[in-house]
Design a protein around this ligand. Structure first.
Ligand code: HEC
Length: 247
């Protein structure tokens, strides 16, 4: 009886964690935009790493990522990593941690900025892309902004100088559905296309960070398929050879 009760509890916990653990794709009503990032694009990953270090690591860590692993995967020399990425560390074998104590962060923002090592896996690249593009002005809120996919986000719009400032417009379409869209009220330093690319590079970097092996897997996958094709061709020729007198 005891066994069965605990087995039931176990199954219940498993079921709940499966449901809770599901990616929060489309958590809000706002439709997610397609990130279109490509983890095999090294130049984009390099730009993404630089943007992440400069614009996000003031608050967010990526504690499972080592700088020397980055150097290797992103085709950077150790000196390049030290000069361009390692502002918060002394040695290349250190991980991308930050100095901000979590409790302070909680006090400042109401919500501690989460570690972003695995965020692309829990939220998905499209969510991250849409999140970084849909901050809009909301004068009454603590940060002066709000976000379309994370309502009442306690993260400020740290990229506003690049993107510009947007305001929310809510309308009803011909079929009576409520639609939300954002309108640029003050352009930023980047054009909309440049900003999209800027954000796509960061998302690409976070996607890679969430699963560093995926680049290797995609590369190996290509070889495996090429091998299977060649192998298939030879098997076919062999079969033709063996059966040619019997047909
Ligand atoms: C000034 C501090 C600060 C900076 C800089 C910052 N963030 Fe945040 N971020 C936060 C806080 C605080 C939260 C928690 C928001 C919440 O849960 O309401 C957060 C949450 C997030 C989340 C999680 C959203 C979710 O759905 O839970 C992502 C993703 C994120 N930030 C990405 C970024 C990226 C990418 C950058 C760099 C472009 C960045 N942040 C820069 C403070 C910051």
């Amino acid at each position: 009886m005891l066994m069965r009760a605990s087995a039931r509890t176990y199954i219940a916990v498993l079921a709940v964690s499966l449901v809770v653990g599901l990616p929060a794709h489309g958590a809000g009503e706002f439709p997610l935009q397609h990130a279109g990032n490509d983890v095999s694009n090294i130049a984009s990953l390099q730009r993404g790493a630089r943007n992440f270090v400069n614009f996000c690591m003031g608050c967010h860590s990526a504690q499972y990522v080592r700088y020397n692993r980055l150097a290797e995967d992103l085709g950077l020399s150790e000196d390049q990593v030290i000069d361009n990425l390692m502002f918060a560390a002394e040695k290349p074998q250190e991980t991308m941690t930050i100095a901000m104590p979590e409790q302070d962060a909680q006090g400042w923002f109401g919500q501690a900025p989460p570690d972003l090592s695995l965020i692309a896996r829990s939220r998905g690249p499209d969510y991250l892309y849409t999140f970084l593009k849909t901050f809009y002005l909301e004068p009454g809120s603590p940060t002066g902004v709000n976000n379309l996919v994370l309502a009442n986000a306690s993260m400020p719009h740290v990229l506003w100088e690049l993107q510009g400032e947007q305001r929310l417009i809510e309308e009803t379409d011909d079929e009576g559905h409520r639609v939300q869209r954002l309108e640029m009220v003050r352009p930023g330093r980047l054009s909309p296309d440049e900003y999209d690319q800027f954000v796509r590079d960061i998302v690409n970097f976070l996607d890679y960070v969430g699963e560093p092996m995926q680049r290797e897997r995609i590369r190996l996958g290509g070889w495996v398929i090429a091998f299977l094709l060649v192998f298939g061709l030879f098997s076919y020729l062999l079969k033709e050879e063996i059966w040619k007198d019997i047909k």
